[in-house]
Design a protein around this ligand. Structure first.
Ligand SMILES: CC(C)(COP(=O)(O)OP(=O)(O)OC[C@H]1O[C@@H](n2cnc3c(N)ncnc32)[C@H](O)[C@@H]1OP(=O)(O)O)[C@@H](O)C(=O)NCCC(=O)NCCS
Length: 170
């Protein structure tokens, strides 16, 4: 499969809505997306970038089709150290298990490095999200620490634990 990442465009909104499922909603979008809402989110990212915000989001392309997103944000601080660049990602259910997310993370690390955005990339994963932790490990990240997210509880009423993974980008 040919995988690439490209800056998100308004035209990608419909593909991103198609690519969303309950797992993506839980981890990334928080509520069911619409094409109009996703287009507004992409426009907002562009406006934020013009206002010097550092977050950048990319579409993940597999064999010529936009199947997900990957983004970096050095302004995320929750559980991170100064200079860390947070990465988040999601891919469509029909391409999962084929290494798409791992490749997308490798590609965005190269962008972070090329642009000199930071010296360390970080991925935070909900400890119940085995697939996301595997993506981090397979992309060369190592487990740094665990965090308890007090604002969120599991179905059993326990605080959610997040794994923090990091990869140096010398
Ligand atoms: C997490 C996610 C991005 C993984 O994408 P993917 O393209 O399937 O990942 P890859 O194919 O690169 O596989 C990475 C590893 O995860 C494993 N994996 C995939 N789905 C899995 C699952 N449901 N349970 C356990 N492991 C799983 C793969 O087998 C692979 O590990 P392996 O080679 O040791 O077997 C995808 O499941 C997703 O979009 N989930 C919803 C959004 C999300 O959770 N984002 C993460 C928040 S940062």
């Amino acid at each position: 499969m040919q995988i690439s990442i490209e800056p998100l465009r308004l035209e990608d909104a419909a593909a991103l809505v198609d690519a969303e499922d309950d797992a993506t909603i839980r981890c990334l979008s928080e509520e069911k997306s619409t094409v109009a809402g996703t287009a507004e989110y992409i426009s907002q990212l562009v406006r934020d970038a013009e206002q010097s915000r550092a977050k950048r989001a990319f579409g993940i392309w597999a064999d010529g089709r936009c199947v997900g997103t990957v983004d970096f944000d050095p302004e995320v601080t929750d559980g991170l150290d100064t200079g860390d660049v947070n990465i988040a990602y999601g891919v469509a259910p029909w391409v999962r298990g084929h290494g798409v997310a791992v490749r997308a993370v490798e590609l965005i690390c190269a962008v972070i490095q090329e642009r000199g955005v930071g010296h360390r990339a970080v991925i935070r994963t909900d400890s119940r999200n085995t697939a996301s932790s595997r993506v981090a490990e397979k992309a060369g990240f190592v487990h740094l620490r665990d965090l308890q997210v007090l604002a969120e509880t599991s179905e059993e009423g326990q605080p959610v634990v997040m794994h923090v993974f990091c990869r140096d980008l010398p």
